[in-house]
Design a protein around this ligand. Sequence first.
Ligand code: S3P
Length: 448
Amino acid sequence: MSGHGTPKPMTSHRCGPLQGVAEVPGDKSISHRSLILGAMAVGETKITGLLEGEDVLDTAKAMQAFGAEVVNHGGGSWSVFGVGVGGFAEPENVIDCGNSGTGVRLIMGAMATQPITATFTGDASLNGRPMARITDPLALFGTQTVGRKGGRLPMTIVGAADPVPVRYVVPVPSAQVKSAMLLAGLNAPGKTVVIEKEATRDHSERMLAGFGAEITVEETDEGRVITLTGRPELKPQEIAVPRDPSSAAFPVCAAIITPGSDVLVPGIGLNPTRAGLFTTLREMGADLTYENERTEGGEPVADLRARYSPNMKGIEVPPARAASMIDEYPVLSVVAAHATGDTMMAGVKELRVKESDRIDAMAKGLSACGVTVDEGEDWWQVTGLGPEGVPGGATCASQLDHRIAMAFMVLGMAAQNPVTVDDGGPIATSFPIFEPLMGALGAKLIHG
Ligand code: S3P
């Protein structure tokens, strides 16, 4: 879907204690990968708990356009009948990935070593994001690209008919770049090696191994060296998608800053490459506990219990932790505004090329709500006003970014005055049940 139609302003009013159980939807990263790898396996992959947000639904449509059969059984239960590695058909029309950087970048990788041509587009946010970080390394396989100035969508990818295996050191901490290269490596003969200096989310590596690909990961002085043997026959899987820690972040942070709250968020994936926010919140003094810790489908999982935490202190978030919480900085900055002292977030240049420039979007909205924010190219600092100290009372621009919209809705729950976002529509890309779920806990979210 391109764009989100008419803007839907949304206002969050200060609310009483948030209480109850918050069953957040399936993990977005794992949902995209389940559909794409399912489409590259031979036979039926069964998926339960799939996130049915717009981003993932766009990927499901794309997989159909490349020839896989995708069936929605209802209630988060889906089947993908894959066409095998190298079996993609040429799409008859333009592939619209909507708002999703993960969708478009992973799909570009998956088709880049097949002898087909496809044109990709998205909404205004996605069409402004850098794609050269994907298309430059894909060229090493023999893939050709024609796009707009600055490597922007819409963009046509001509897949390599005779791909060669590649060795590539990923220059930015990006799971999307790493994953695109691994997916492209699937249809290249021989061994493709992808090296990342900093560990990023490893769902692709785990899932490729699960589908039967030959893949090894070594920790070396150079970084994480991932070696994939091309042209495997991927075996269809049964995948139970864990609940998304990046979505859990919103009810967890809302409970931490809203007086009297006590919220249980069950079944959250705590893969160490994703759980940085929860470690950070605990370091700041949050009353956040992990209950019923267990392993499900090879991923660590726990029930998170978050209670109102009036004694939060600002900290310096270690830059080395950035990749494991990259999507959570917007909502962390909301918690930081309610803490005592400064919270420094450095090593976060990547935040400037997400669905929006997230430092800019949060700095503008927080400032309008009475919070002091300082920023540089790859850092920002929020000066806390203490519990119940945030004035609020402003309208903030969500900039076509779901996480910005949700972060400001959380801010309004504990601010002295209501906080409005100009458009809550983008929330549907990753967390379509955000409004009823937060409402059931006690949040006061009003349209307009
Ligand atoms: C994702 C990787 C991250 C993250 C995005 C999902 C993924 O992006 O921000 O929401 O599923 O691989 P980068 O890889 O660009 O850091």
